[in-house]
Design a protein around this ligand. Structure first.
Ligand code: ADP
Ligand code: ZN
Length: 295
């Protein structure tokens, strides 16, 4: 039986796993993201220590990245503000050390693929996986294929109308008050002075958070026409956000999009990940399987 490697390359931590799916993970490890050289060395060491070799490896990476296989910088992390990681050829480093085929995509596209294969999107083929955590990012599957386009979607960096009373400038180094600048975990902390996880459920932070996320989802629904929206990431651990968002999205769309999914079945339309916090690493394994099936 063939085994596959998955690497979730996050800006805060890396997760590596070997196996064939959610019910068959043979080994798993996680460690903090430090320098590229040190972090990738730990990745390589983990796979070399395995009793059985992997057939292929998949990487789902924080970004921005170059996911275009025909580009000379394919598999590189490109313009990231994360210190030391700009222009890092992550895929090449892993492929050269392990000598197996290596698939590469964004962390959120990998998570979307994982959710499609084993999680909350098994019955649809056009959907969005949005993570609301240290950053905000979205993976998109469109008619069965992961969407890349020009580079890859950057759903966290869309500009959304500001609430008139909101004077917070936002924290995105590129755009100030884009969605990520207004509504990521660090934005909540900067705005209210406390870690998001320490704010009580009745804190005004959450109504505003739900409002900005609902505004973003209404835009995504109008542009990408997803059949489902999965919301993951640390901030979405606040389960009370789901009913607030589900209530506001149809109000913002105001009856224009005539789909039962939105008009009468929103609880099954805007959902948490079926794989919990493992969508990314399992999706990376799915990327590896997909590549192996192609070659
Ligand atoms: P990352 O984005 O680094 O992969 P997470 O998705 O866990 O990791 O996001 C971390 C962010 O989510 C932090 O800003 C943190 O404050 C916030 N966060 C983590 N857990 C919770 C929680 N239970 N409630 C609200 N915010 C949380
Ligand atoms: Zn931005």
């Amino acid at each position: 039986m063939k085994l596959y490697g998955g690497i979730e390359a996050g800006g805060t931590k890396f997760v590596c796993a070997v196996g064939t799916g959610p019910d068959d993970i043979r080994a798993e490890t996680r460690f903090p993201t430090t320098t590229p050289a040190e972090t990738i060395q730990r990745v390589i060491q983990f796979f070399r220590e395995q009793p059985e070799p992997v057939t292929a490896v998949g990487i789902g990476s924080f970004g921005p990245v170059d996911p275009d296989p025909s580009s000379p910088t394919y598999g590189h992390i490109t313009s990231t503000p994360k210190a030391g990681w700009r222009d890092t050829p992550v895929r090449d480093m892993v492929a050269e050390a392990l000598g197996v085929p290596v698939a590469f995509d964004t962390d959120v596209n990998a998570a979307a693929l994982g959710e499609h294969r084993w999680g909350a999107a098994q019955d649809v083929d056009s959907f969005i996986y949005l993570t609301v955590g240290t950053g905000i990012g979205g993976g998109c599957m469109v008619e069965g294929k992961l969407l890349h386009g020009l580079t890859h979607p950057e759903l966290g960096h869309i500009l959304i109308p500001r609430e008139p009373h909101d004077r917070f400038p936002g924290i995105c180094p590129y755009h100030g008050g884009c969605l990520e600048g207004l509504a990521s975990g660090p934005a909540i902390k900067a705005r209210w002075g406390n870690q998001a996880e320490s704010l009580p459920p009745d804190h005004p932070a959450w109504l505003l958070e739900a409002h900005y996320l609902a505004a973003a989802l209404a835009s995504f629904i109008c542009t990408l026409s997803p059949q489902r929206i999965i919301l993951g990431g640390g901030v979405m651990q606040q389960a009370h956000l789901f009913p607030l968002i589900r209530q506001e999205v149809p109000q913002l769309l105001n009856g224009y999009i005539q789909s039962p999914a939105i008009l009468s079945d929103i609880d099954r339309y805007i959902v948490p990940p079926g794989l919990g916090n493992r969508s990314g690493v399992l999706g990376a394994i799915a990327l590896a399987q997909q590549l192996d099936a192609e070659v």
